[in-house]
Design a protein around this ligand. Structure first.
Ligand code: NDP
Length: 458
């Protein structure tokens, strides 16, 4: 459809793209499984696709442990899974910008996206895949044992607590569901509810009552998560009526006190549920503004799985394709825009595969050569490493003439790790003419990494 799009006040004609700069066909805001899966499809359709990675590249998956419920993968680290989807999308030509969208102007088409680093991008279609943030209790020990006994995902982690005692915090449907999922694996579930009754639906409460290894305890608040180097060992509880303190031994703590969809960016621009979730219409991923789509936890308050998020990302890309074709964004129009240099280029990371070093011999040879050599020790098991990897790839693209970049997967190179006494990952060694000149021993964001590299090569 050309001209005014059905159900919208906005005019959508390809003439409006003339003389516009920094255009993208499909802008994907967010880089979790929904965002990257939509990128696989959009890029494969041949659209200029830009993923704006956001503040947590990879999303919630980079903060979980192993995933055992992704169809076709028996067991895979969350961060590796999302890395693989990203690789596939980039192979099809998707571009990524390690930046965060701070504003979307939906008052005219193409939509205008402004980023933290000051880019202004014009997008013919936008897929919002910003995910959700699980609420946390904010108590001592919660952060310390995160991923090591403390979790927000029973579906993902329940099998790791076979025959153990676990505590679930919360009183809504999510907490009831988490408890039910856990009960099928663990010895006992203690559901800790802060009020004298649960908010969960009647049917869910009935399910809980019928499950023999679930105990619901009321008027209790978790004060502290206790543990040792193996993980969680107990929680400290306070009865908010009697103020009595007690300790409950357990191996896991599942926090199910709700999620907050990350929809702030589009609040007041597209229709939202009272919970903040974006509303999609007619069984599609179309929001109330034609050309703006939503996928994953930011719009899904029911399933909230990595796999379902990926599916919804795919749907969003198919819907975006249909929309772009209706608007008249033909191959010819896109070729003209390319000729006029209308497409967005600044800061976009070309796909750079950093070569891997596996042996001490290779390491000595590469780091001994003239000029600057950087070696990034990482592991797919390490969330911060995988969060830093896109920044490292962006650096490899930017400093391609000044620095030789290599990476070492510590799991695959134990001999080298032992020889160099690599204390932890991420760990980055930088050499000049065979002499070590710098060590970066923590995860750095893109801006920080670039700043450090600038200083070193000066
Ligand atoms: P809810 O907002 O419904 O419930 C959150 C629960 O967590 C409440 O019981 C709340 O307690 C408790 N809570 C909040 N903060 C704290 C805290 N700091 N300490 C202890 N407890 C706390 O969120 P849900 O994720 O459970 O559900 C969200 C929506 O999704 C609901 O509409 C629900 O019906 C739906 N849903 C549906 C499912 C299904 O149909 N199968 C499954 C899961 C969710 P309090 O009551 O005291 O405020």
């Amino acid at each position: 459809m050309r001209g005014q799009h059905k159900g919208s006040e906005l005019a959508y004609t390809v003439d409006q793209l003339k003389n516009k700069k920094n255009l993208v066909d499909v802008a994907i805001v967010g880089s979790g499984p929904a965002g990257w899966s939509s990128a696989v499809y959009a890029a494969r359709f041949g659209y200029y696709t830009l993923v704006l990675a956001g503040p947590v590249p990879g999303g919630q998956l980079t903060k979980t442990s192993f995933i055992e419920n992704w169809p076709g993968e028996h067991k895979i680290k969350g961060s590796l899974l999302v890395h693989n989807i990203a690789e596939q999308a980039r192979m099809f030509g998707a571009n990524v910008l390690q930046d965060t969208v701070t504003k979307i102007d939906t008052s005219a088409w193409p939509f205008e996206l402004t980023t933290e680093q000051g880019h202004v991008i014009h997008a013919q279609s936008v897929i919002i895949a910003t995910g959700a943030t699980p609420r946390r209790l904010g108590i001592p020990g919660e952060q310390e044992y995160w991923g090591n006994g403390v979790s927000t995902c029973a579906v993902c982690d329940a099998p790791f607590f076979k025959d153990k005692v676990v505590v679930v915090a919360g009183g809504g449907d999510s907490a009831a569901e988490e408890a039910m999922q856990l009960a099928a694996h663990v010895k006992q579930v203690i559901l800790v509810v802060r009020k004298s009754q649960m908010r969960a639906s009647h049917i869910m409460r009935q399910h809980l009552e019928k499950t023999s290894n679930i105990t619901v305890r009321y008027n209790l608040e978790i004060e502290r998560v206790v543990g040792d180097e193996q993980g969680v060992t107990a929680v400290e509880l306070r009865n908010n009526k009697t103020h009595e303190l007690s300790e409950q031994q357990c191996s896991g703590v599942f926090i199910a006190i709700g999620h907050d969809p990350n929809s702030e960016l589009v609040k007041g621009k597209v229709d939202l549920l009272p919970s903040g979730h974006i509303i999609c219409y007619d069984g599609t991923r179309q929001t109330s503004v034609p050309g703006i789509f939503a996928a994953g936890d930011v719009e899904d308050h029911r399933y909230r799985q990595a796999g379902s998020g990926a599916g919804r990302g795919i749907e969003a890309a198919i819907d975006a394709d249909r929309f772009l074709r209706e608007v008249g964004l033909t191959q010819e129009v896109r070729q003209n825009m390319t000729k006029q240099g209308g497409y967005f280029e600044q800061g976009v990371t070309a796909h750079v595969e950093i070569p891997e070093i596996k042996t001490p011999e290779e390491f000595t040879e590469k780091t001994g050569s003239a000029g600057f050599t950087l070696v990034d020790f990482f592991s797919y098991d390490c969330g911060p490493c995988m969060t830093m990897m896109p920044a490292m790839e962006a650096a490899a693209a930017k400093y391609t003439r000044q620095i030789n970049f290599y990476k070492v997967d510590v799991v695959k190179a134990p001999e080298l790790v032992m020889k160099l006494q690599v204390p932890h990952v991420p760990y980055v060694l930088i050499y000049k003419d065979g002499v070590r000149v710098a060590i970066l021993n923590r995860a750095l964001g893109r801006a920080e990494l670039f700043e450090q590299l600038e200083q070193i090569i000066k």
